[in-house]
Design a protein around this ligand. Sequence first.
Ligand SMILES: Nc1ncnc2c1ncn2[C@@H]1O[C@H](COP(=O)(O)OP(=O)(O)O)[C@@H](O)[C@H]1O
Length: 990
Amino acid sequence: MASKLRTCFMCWNLSGFNCVNHHNGRNRVVRVSFPASCEMRHRATFSSQHKRQQIKPSAEGGLRQNQDEEDDAAEVSLNNDDSVENLNDATAPLAININGAEQAEQLSGRQLEDLLGMIKNAEKNILLLNEARVRSLEDLEKILAEKEALQGEINVLETRLAETDAQIKVANQEKIHVELLEGQLEKLRNELAQKESTEGKYSELHDLQNGGLSDANPLSHNDSIHSLTEELNSLRAENASLKNTIESFKTQLSDTKNNDERLVALEKERSSLESALKDLESKLSISQDDVSKISTLTVEYKDLWDKVENLQSLLDKATKQADQAVIVLQQNQDLRRKVDKLEESLEEANIYKLSSDKLQKYSELMQQKLKLLEDRLQKTDEEINSYVQLYQQSVKEFQDTLDTLKEESKKGNLEEPVEDMPWEFWSQLLLLIDGWKLEKKISVDDASLLREKVWKRDRRIIDTYIACKKQSEQEAISAFLGLLSSATSPGLHVIHIAAEMAPVAKVGGLGDVVSGLGKALQKKGHLVEIVLPKYDCMQYDRVCDLRALDVLIDSYFDRQLYKNKIWVGTVEGLPVYFIEPHHPDKFFWRGEFYGERDDFRRFSFFSRAALEFLLRAGKKPDIIHCHDWQTAFIAPLYWEIFAPKKGLNSARICFTCHNFEYQGTAAASELESCGLESHRLNRKDRMQDNSSHDRVNSVKGGIVFSNIVTTVSPTYAQEVRTEEGGRGLHSTLSVHSKKLIGIINGIDTDAWNPATDAFLPVQYNATDLQGKAENKQALGRNLGLSSTDVRRPLVGCITRLVPQKGVHLIRHAIYLTLELGGQFVLLGSSPVPHIQKEFEGIANHFQNHDHIRLILKYDESLSHAIYAASDMFIIPSIFEPCGLTQMISMRYGAIPIVRKTGGLNDSVFDVDDDTIPSQFRNGFTFVNADEQGLNGALVRAFNLFNNNPEGWKQLVQKDMNIDFSWETSSAQYEELYLKSVARAKAAKGA
Ligand SMILES: Nc1ncnc2c1ncn2[C@@H]1O[C@H](COP(=O)(O)OP(=O)(O)O)[C@@H](O)[C@H]1O
């Protein structure tokens, strides 16, 4: 399907795909306007990067963001350009010039007013924010005081409650006592009643016998009953009063509960006020940023204003002169009228001249008068001329100044490369031009000239893009072709052909290197492109504007041609070509990147198809850079087939082996599938595997056939030349040692930056480590670890679980960390079934453990959270070509504990090693790949952490400040490329 131009420059020709990340960090080009259909989408991103969040008090007294003013600001910028355009066009007659200048003045004035208004608004807003902040702080203080008072009350109530409890207990005991006494009393009453009935008869008898002295006993009984009744009554009264007390305590208790509830409500209110305060503070800082931006703008506009004022004064002068000229002109006209009248009179007089002497005299008089008047007229004319000349001179000066300004701005625009458009923009342009070329809408030569312009980030390209955004594709193509004039290459054209690229298709460090090195070379001014297989399991959401080209590329395999669909898109601002083979084996539809039984066929097919694509696309790269065994086939394919037989011969081949453990070997006959001749290549000095003579070795082919061979650290470059390190290729590497070099990898410091990392709950940096502690708490909460002791060190480990990584030492480190009182988090997964099973066992064992967690999967966002949360990071590798995790961990303030091997030896230096200058010491290292070795380093790390918190903090800050960017390493690659290209040129010339 033919591509169609759309009206939005970012969505142009990209039908059917979502626009992601179009307008990141640097698209400050306010001259770009968006079509209405896309305006919302782009302007949202646009304005989020140019936040002029003006917070204004709303009618309701709250604070609101002034979106209207933000939009106005964008409009002002657009109008400004228009006004400059009007001034530049000042070639029209006088009136138009004056209007143009007035317009310029009005517009610039309006802009300045707008700006001043904006500044004032921002200042007002800051004041308002500050006031709100002060008020919130006061409120907060009040609430805290109230809270303290309430707490005091609660304490009093609690003491009283305790007393009440005690009294209730006593009362209960008293009650039991009363009940007991009541029981006894009842008993006594019964006994008394019995005695009274039995003794009644006897008493009479007894009275009779004792002469009335028998009433002594009844009296004592009555006394005791009386006293008991009294005691009972007093107890009853006491009981009643106790009940009252209990009631009152109950009321107090419920009051206390109410207070508790109030306290909770107040707590909630306090926390909401705190979050509102935080919100306000962040808005305040945004406003302050905006104010500083606005003041820069103000300075720029003041400059412009000065120029406009200059022009204005020139114009004023000219206008005054013009006014004077007009007055003189009017006087002149009056005189002319008078002269005309006099002439008429003269004529009349002439008629009577002859008849009258008087008339004669009159006539002479008239003549004199006329002469006088003519002289005056002459003078006036001269005066007018001089005024007109002066005026013309002023206009010329005005015009010249405008021309110079116009010229200067044009020069500035054309000569400087445009720095303020996002990489996506340029990459999409490259892909657009490639699409035209592959779809045969433009010639190969024109395409490469246009691509060079894009490569140079030529402003005219943007102007053309904008100018023809509403035109048809054909018109746009013509406009673009119109741009072609002289074009010189500003740098190298480098094409990486690889099996991985972070973050879309990443298994390990290879993916990070392809994008990190690619971006660094792009920044240095080189044209960098990437060719990848189109895997079904890629992270498609990380590809920007993915689309299929309307073209199929034939590629040879198994003695026939297969079609390949070419997809294009940008990843991390780099242009990427994805190859989708139409092969019945569905090579890249396996749900996996590697580990398939036919990997040798899959990647030899891809290598061949990638070169077919470069050939068909007419690319003439300076360097083709292939990586690891999967694309090492490129080197023999290029020098055996494509350069000598097909004319794809502009390039030098660079091969980087990221790990000599994986060499890609197969029966020699399998080489035939991709067109390489096994009888030519299955030779000791070519691709024959050093340990099996009927097999070929892809990495060996890469070494033998490439112009440059690199590996990923200087120490590893030494190690691979030993029998053990080279995994059988040491002899080959010795033969080709002149082209072998070890360059340590960098890391992508934009993607790995704790100060901006969007995966982290809290961002932080070396000077503010509070955020790191918060990340540690957050990870602990997420993984369900105990958080009782925040000073417990957290040891992290993120790795592929393969023997190379020292899995037995990782396992040992888990138990040792537990013994030493730390916490351990492991993120990893294994392609080796028995290792995966073993770690699943450990993970299950510690499933709900307070201090250990194993997460056995690949998880990019969790990896960021672990780097940020860890205090220490363990890498006990048996061998490590470079390793990225030690650099990433240091950038996130997690101190590495590593075995001294390969790239770890080149990047981690022991804090206790006196042979290393102290400024380079940054971690803990051990030499022997055994438990004792690891113990020594881990115990030393725990000691420093526990016993010297200040020393530990300084180490963390030092590590976070180390520069692990690609800057230095990409410069080394650049130098290698340039030397190789120069040698090739010299050889051609000789
Ligand atoms: N399970 C995982 N989840 C997320 N990222 C991982 C995982 N395992 C490894 N990584 C990442 O892969 C990269 C490993 O690179 P490196 O240290 O060079 O080792 P290798 O390339 O040998 O795997 C790092 O970016 C690391 O964060």
